[in-house]
Design a binder for this molecule. Structure first.
Ligand SMILES: Nc1ncnc2c1ncn2[C@@H]1O[C@H](COP(=O)(O)OP(=O)(O)OP(=O)(O)O)[C@@H](O)[C@H]1O
Length: 287
């Protein structure tokens, strides 16, 4: 494992009985990134996160992390009969690196009285308390499985803001899974796309967005274009082709127009075409 990486997976695979939930997963995540792990239901996101933090054993290959990790599960396990103060006490007892001052300050800034029972909190407040408990462990890597699920837009925004503040303060790496790409656009800087148990994309978001574009032009010229650019996804309507391509700006014929990509388009184009991939060593199957 290199010094710059916080997670490194090599040929990682997990099989449940006959079904592979994850296979041939090789990737490295640089330190200090906020990583979005996206993919449809059943893509293997939870499986990958559980393997990364050691909650599951790999069937094949390996995954290693550097430093300490904290994991916040999808169902945010908090004991509903306990008060926030009691949850903090648990954290203090169980975690050698626990930052009590941080935890108390964050709960106070959320406007939550310490005596409040966890079971009486709203979904957004529960998410914030669970996040506080994870952050107070002061991990090098914070892994969050769908931290925004079931939260309204305001609560989603608040949770992401809290996360970003902690990242700015500590420089920790965050790996979070999500279905909602728009929540990630301004906060995450590394993207991993999982689809059907395989990694399709792993890379810097700015580079990925800058490295893709939509090209629109005559359908009869699309095949010739495919020899010059790596086509991720293509749709034809009558005589017009709309091509989503992994390419630098290229000179195009007069009948072609192009526009830059955004993060959502990058994610959707790859998910629509499971055979396409954009990984550090290009393996574009459809090119
Ligand atoms: N304990 C298990 N036993 C058998 N199959 C499992 C188990 N856990 C997951 N799977 C299967 O492995 C595949 C990947 O599941 P996983 O939960 O990792 O996906 P996910 O991307 O997190 O999905 P979601 O977005 O719905 O949470 C799915 O087909 C799922 O049915």
């Amino acid at each position: 494992m290199t010094d710059e990486s916080v997670i490194e997976a090599t040929g990682l695979g997990k099989r449940y009985r006959r079904k592979w939930a994850l296979r041939d997963c090789s990737l490295a995540v640089p330190k200090g990134r906020v990583v979005a792990l996206v993919g449809p239901n059943g893509a293997g996101k939870t499986t990958f996160l559980h393997l990364a933090v050691g909650l599951l054993d790999a069937t094949l290959g390996s995954v290693a992390i550097q430093g300490t990790a904290a994991f916040l599960a999808q169902d945010k396990p908090l004991y509903s009969g306990f008060s926030i103060a009691e949850m903090l006490k648990f954290g203090r007892r169980l975690n050698p690196g626990w930052d009590d001052e941080f935890a108390l300050k964050r709960i106070d800034s959320l406007g939550l009285p310490l005596r409040h029972k966890v079971g009486k909190l709203s979904g957004g407040q529960r998410a914030q308390v669970a996040l506080t408990l994870a952050l107070a462990k002061r991990p090098d890597l914070l892994v969050l499985d769908e931290p925004l699920a079931n939260l309204d837009p305001l609560a989603r925004h608040e949770v992401m803001r809290g996360l970003m503040e902690a990242v700015a303060e500590t420089g920790m790496t965050v790996l979070l899974s999500s279905h909602v790409v728009s929540d990630l656009e301004n906060t995450c800087d590394w993207l991993i796309v999982l689809n059907g148990g395989r990694v399709q994309v792993s890379g810097d978001i700015d580079e990925l967005v800058a490295g893709h574009r939509t090209l629109v032009g005559p359908a009869e010229e699309a095949d010739a274009l495919a020899r010059r650019v790596a086509i991720v996804d293509e749709a034809r309507a009558g005589r017009q082709a709309t091509v989503f391509a992994r390419t630098e700006p290229v000179p195009l014929g007069p009948q072609w127009t192009e526009r830059p990509a955004n993060l959502e388009e990058v994610v959707l184009a790859y998910l629509r075409r499971p055979e396409s991939a954009s990984l550090p060593r290009p393996t574009l199957a459809s090119a």
